[in-house]
Design a protein around this ligand. Sequence first.
Ligand code: SMG
Ligand code: MG
Length: 368
Amino acid sequence: MRVERVELLTIDLPLVTPFRTSYGSVDRERKLLLRLLTDEAAGWGECAAMLEPLYTSEYVDGARDVIMGHLLPRLAGLDLSPERIETLLAPVRGHRMAKAAIEMAVFDAWGRARDASFASLIGATRPAVAAGVSIGIPASIAALLESVEGYLAQGYRRVKLKIEPGWDVAPVAAVRERIGADVLLQVDANAAYSPADGERLTALDPFDLLLLEQPLAEDDLLGHAALAGRLRTPICLDESITSAVTADHALRLGACSVVNIKPGRVGGYLEARRIHDLAVSRGVPVWCGGMLETGLGRAANVALAALPGFSLPGDLSASGRYYEADVTAPFELVDGHLVVPTGPGLGVEVDEERLASFMVEREEWRPA
Ligand code: SMG
Ligand code: MG
């Protein structure tokens, strides 16, 4: 399979409600989509990078630049497969989200050319996955309780609350009291705490949280290990896990006992599967994280989350939780689950007209 042309599309999707985390608030998502045209079939990729380099160092304009100037030129004239992409792009350091977008497009084209679903190619074993919802920091506890109840009424199987210093124990206590002991509840700090906040975080222990996600800085594995020794609540790492190697180190150090797997953050679906396999071999629970994906990234993530080791519900919500309109047909909840697409490749189609309505910039690349 050889690349003939690539379209890099930058789009803006307005969010149905602003999403505030400890990194700040966003009211729209800027996304980079990649349409890969090959001699066999065309495929779509979606880059997980956001508009600003806050969650990770990658960001949309940087990803576009490295894809155009450094990643795509490495593919020119070569015979491509999902596995070969990793090797071909490996000499470029970092830029995992940019690499993952290309790998995803190659997977989609590869599957379409062979009439194989991405789910079957990646090794999915379940027809549907439990849906979880990630709730940003709202204006008040009353507003939080209202949105939690709304999502539970829609059927979500797990609730994740964003926290930061000053917005932690009180909202968690209020939500736990309102929803009762049986609903799966977890929190995500997005690295907002420091090792000195240990005591404040132990105050979350009475609320039976499934996990506390990324309390400390991305590079502080030892700090997380020390914190894990003090808390009853299991620690899950997100930002810190950039590869199967870092996942291995984090687990061996005791920095976490649960892993959030995001394909973009770790450089692609194959690396994501390696982390899944590692976790399974150690009996560690994993779940699929989210980056407010469009229907394209969502299709791929739902398929990944259908691998057998994804034992906890992911940040995988219906399209309508994020967007009024999406670039594909919306993913809907079916009894609290999202159904894994079974068609060739990602198994979803792009609505060209709607895509055009979101367009900010369109660039093209061709092998010289
Ligand atoms: O896609 O449902 C989703 C969003 C899930 O909370 C979510 N993602 O740290 O896990 C996370 C955040 C990262 C993006 S916002 C900074
Ligand atoms: Mg997170």
